[in-house]
Design a protein around this ligand. Structure first.
Ligand SMILES: [Mg+2]
Length: 202
């Protein structure tokens, strides 16, 4: 029987995209004259772009803000995206066990694909445009038994899908916050993932 797939969040789980994201919001603020507080953006990293923009723009201006943001992001992504420690090894550990590593992210497909390529990460599958409860739906559909992420919403999605919630404290949230949201394990970085996965792989 094949080993069940493992889901991974992207931003701040596999890659550090914070500088590219904050740089793009700074560019958007400069282009539009709308004041955007980077601390507010940072506190919500991992949600969909349109949902973050709704904090700063009225509904009728969001499409144009997305367009401007993406111009900046596609420019900044390659120089500013960094792979997080242990990310490649985590994907390798899953594959070595005969399972599929599936990236499930709120990022739009093009940005997600280019981000992965820019740091040389190659998952078995990419599911873009999914956040919160939408991640739970995907996890159930693919039959994942583990989801690895950096946010309380990621942990809640795993719990809702009856997958093991594995938190990694490389984003904006502490181990305590991830545990409170349902994390069964919290890693300080993905370098600890292969050892944990060997224990929990089913
Ligand atoms: Mg994330």
């Amino acid at each position: 029987m094949p080993t069940a797939p493992v889901g991974f969040d992207l931003d701040m789980t596999l890659i550090d995209s914070q500088d590219a994201i904050l740089g793009s919001f700074a560019g958007l603020a400069a282009d539009t004259g709308v004041a955007i507080d980077p601390a507010g953006v940072r506190s919500r990293l991992g949600i969909k772009l349109q949902d973050e923009l709704a904090h700063w723009f009225p509904p009728g201006e969001i499409d144009e803000a997305i367009r401007i943001y993406r111009v900046h992001y596609l420019t900044l992504l390659a120089p500013l995206t960094r792979v997080l420690p242990g990310a490649a090894q985590a994907l390798t550990a899953v594959r070595a066990a005969g399972a599929r590593a599936v990236v499930i992210t709120a990022k739009a497909e093009r940005a997600a694909r280019l981000s992965l390529e820019s740091v040389g990460l190659v998952p078995d599958e990419l599911v873009p445009d999914a956040h919160g409860p939408e991640k739970a739906v995907v996890l159930k559909e693919i039959g994942a038994t583990v989801y690895v992420g950096d946010t309380p919403a990621d942990m809640a999605a795993a719990v809702a899908a009856r997958a093991r919630a594995v938190g990694v404290a490389t984003g904006s949230f502490s181990a305590a916050e991830l545990r409170a949201a349902g994390a069964a394990d919290v890693l300080s970085s993905l370098t600890e993932f292969p050892l944990l996965y060997r224990e929990i792989a089913i």
